[in-house]
Design a protein. Structure first.
Length: 382
């Protein structure tokens, strides 16, 4: 099918993926005649078709993986992603745009492209073109013969194009989660918030790119960005991966700007805390007394897994007036020992303290952030 024919059929300019796919199909048909042992054109090709010299053995649907689970749907999805990315990068062409991705409609178009290609591979059309479609499994029984569902089929040349299927790697725990493969990923109706693609083959690479580009990206000008030597960005010092995963549009202007928009910064930091288990109105830390007759306890990590009773047995007790968790049976603490201005200090860190350390792993940073926040709150309440 030529470019002009595609334009006439669609009533519009065909996009790149349609031209690629239809050109590919025509190449496959011509290859079928070629591998049958003769190269012909015009009347000779018509003679081959009429003679019924080509048989196609397929137990499922014509088109196989390429049409239904591979090339066609992945290219259709990539075409949408390409257009989304082009619109978002309009500054290079003198315009800016906010793009909202309606993912169900994106997938509707993917399936519409599949249906359009299926028309060129329907049993009726194949039969009209002189291709004998045999819907069953074939077994090679000799150098020039196949058994297909009890039917003997002879041939001069045999092309094995049996396709492939996704390999499920032996990853511990994979069988306990609802993973996707190329046969069901195109049935999604909701854009995944997070996606890991195992395998860097052509379909894996295409899926990773397509889903990344259709996501609601921060839309930043990469050439103007500045950050720390480690890559932290903006007022909230989000790493790029944290920016993509947890940044929020606090002022609802269609962008997630942690560089200049304070509403976005506050909303994003709050979202980060919530995602990591922040307990509203829960305690953060408590200044603790310590029995100097005992050795200081240095936990392996900052997880608040030690019951307060166990802390008391090690010589640590919240000072009078310091907060404690509402549910002592469920919530534990960790210990922070440090040198203060007046000597040695001891602190019990609760769940919310641990959440702050997910933002920055430094125990001193987390304590300083909490104490600064307390001072800001006290000043605002005066």
């Amino acid at each position: 099918m030529t470019y002009a024919a595609l334009k006439h059929r669609a009533g519009r300019e065909p996009d790149d993926v349609e031209v690629l796919i239809h050109s590919h199909l025509q190449l496959v048909r011509r290859l079928a005649w070629h591998v049958h042992g003769r190269v012909s054109a015009g009347a000779e090709l018509e003679e081959l078709i009429q003679a019924g010299m080509v048989a196609l053995v397929e137990a499922a649907r014509p088109g196989g993986d390429c049409t239904h689970f591979g090339c066609v749907p992945s290219k259709a999805l990539l075409e949408t992603a390409r257009r989304v990315q082009a619109a978002r990068n309009g500054k290079a062409y003198g315009f800016s745009a906010t793009v909202d991705v309606d993912f169900p409609r994106v997938m509707d178009r993917v399936h519409a492209v599949i249906a359009d290609i299926e028309r060129d591979e329907s049993p009726e059309l194949l039969a009209a073109e002189g291709i004998d479609l045999i819907a069953d499994w074939g077994v090679v029984t000799g150098p020039t013969s196949l058994d297909v569902g009890g039917r003997r089929v002879s041939f001069d040349k045999l092309v094995l194009a049996s396709g492939s299927r996704a390999f499920v790697p032996p990853v511990d725990g994979l069988d306990a989660v609802p993973y996707l493969d190329n046969k069901n990923v195109f049935a999604l109706r909701e854009l995944p918030a997070h996606l890991i693609v195992l395998g860097g083959g052509p379909i894996g690479c295409e899926l990773a790119q397509a889903f990344a580009l259709t996501a609601q990206e921060p839309q930043l000008d990469l050439l103007t960005l500045k950050g720390s030597y480690a890559g932290a960005m903006g007022m909230g010092q989000f790493m790029p991966s944290s920016y993509r995963l947890w940044a929020k549009d606090g002022d609802r202007d269609g962008r997630r700007d942690l560089l200049t928009h304070k509403p976005d910064v506050f909303a994003s930091i709050a979202n980060y805390f919530v995602i990591h288990g922040w307990q509203p109105d829960g305690p953060v830390v408590a200044r603790a007394s310590f029995d100097a007759r005992q050795s200081e306890f240095v936990p392996e990590n900052l997880e608040p897994v030690h019951p307060l009773s166990a802390m008391a047995a090690r010589g640590y007790r919240p000072m009078t007036g310091e907060p404690v968790p509402a549910d002592l049976s469920a919530d534990g603490a960790t210990v922070v020992n440090l040198d203060g201005d007046a000597g040695r200090e001891h602190w019990l860190g609760y769940r919310n303290y641990y959440v702050i350390t997910r933002y920055n792993r430094s125990p001193m940073y987390a304590l300083a952030v909490h104490q600064l926040a307390q001072q800001i709150r006290a000043g605002a309440q005066r």
